[in-house]
Write a protein that binds this ligand. Sequence first.
Ligand SMILES: [Zn+2]
Length: 138
Amino acid sequence: MDVSERYEQLIAFLNTHLPTPVHHEELADGSLMFTGGSPGEVVARLTKVAVVIEQFAVQWETPYTPVMRPRRVGVVKWRRLPESTVMNVVEQLIRGARDARLSRYITCQLCGETKPPEWMQDEDICQVCSASVLGSVH
Ligand SMILES: [Zn+2]
């Protein structure tokens, strides 16, 4: 199998092994970025030489500007390893990144829903509940 076939195979692998739904886009540098999960759980970046797996994370740059700040968990130089090894390692990294992301989810004390940290107003109350509580004050 040549390099371009392996590259295509990796695209198919990421599409089927990331948490669903999977969105992918081509970045300006020609690499592919895959985001798995809604809300996002795992981000994978594929270049001609490497697969980078990241835990999805968002930070609020201002109270109105969420910025994606994924946390890198592993880089695999896929051309240097046998195909089956690449698949195994990438699969483990995806699982680890997803577990790490989900472990940061918080259960809202008011509505009881478990939500990603960027949807929380503070450690106890989600933004939806916070907004409705504030709204009922007047
Ligand atoms: Zn809530």
